[in-house]
Design a protein around this ligand. Sequence first.
Ligand code: 9D3
Length: 258
Amino acid sequence: MKFDVVTIFPRMVIAGLAEGVVSRGIARGLLDVAVHDLRDHTTDRHRTVDDVPYGGGPGMVMKPEPLARAVEDIRTRRGNPEAVVLLTPQGRSFTQLEAVRMSRLSHVVLLCGRYEGMDERVRELVATDELSIGDYVLSGGELPALVVIDAISRLIPGVVGDEQSVEQDSFSNGVLDYPHYTRPAEFGGVRVPDVLMSGHHADVRRWRRKTALARTLERRPELLERAALDDDDRALLDEIRQSTMGSAAQADPANRKE
Ligand code: 9D3
């Protein structure tokens, strides 16, 4: 899969691609990521990429011409992308479903905004999609571009070493993860639950599913409305709703609302 990132901070994006799963995907030839300096597509002596907003107001707006030229250059040298994504707080939310959809594409361009935003004609004439990564204010689209590349890349076969763990992410569909433990068997006075050391695989599976459902019910109840639950899951949820697990979950520090 091919990605092209257009930014005024190419080093920031390159740094984020240099480690981990994405870096390995690039090294293995499964990913091809090119980072483009927007200023290379300016024509004036000062390499200007922004200007004052028409109608007045605070801040600066990204000029449309360098962005349009950057995408034209990508079309010429790298081929026609299936999506030109504008990263903007006004975009629709990037979710796992969106990552799965985009992982089926072979070439995606990501345009990173800075300043107050981009000239609206970039959205109208250049972009095919607009994405936000969540409801918080960042300083630009570079970290969002890295987030989008990471989430999509790990869905491409061979990029993540352990295909099983990728499978599980989509498998456990819409339910939070179960608690994980490794050695030592006791740490800080807290013992690993006996069931995990019992060697009873069916019991382990049931415990994991039950704790996963309990945590989801406690922390993200809205996820359960869309989760793929079977009859066993519904039975476990009934047990959870009746038993003391509600108060056990209360004691979990990650749950405290204050
Ligand atoms: C402080 C400026 N804000 C005025 C109300 C608007 C604004 C403009 C540009 C807020 C943030 C940004 C820069 N952010 C992005 O380009 C961005 C972003 C984000 O801030 N949050 C979540 N996803 C994204 S994708 C791109």
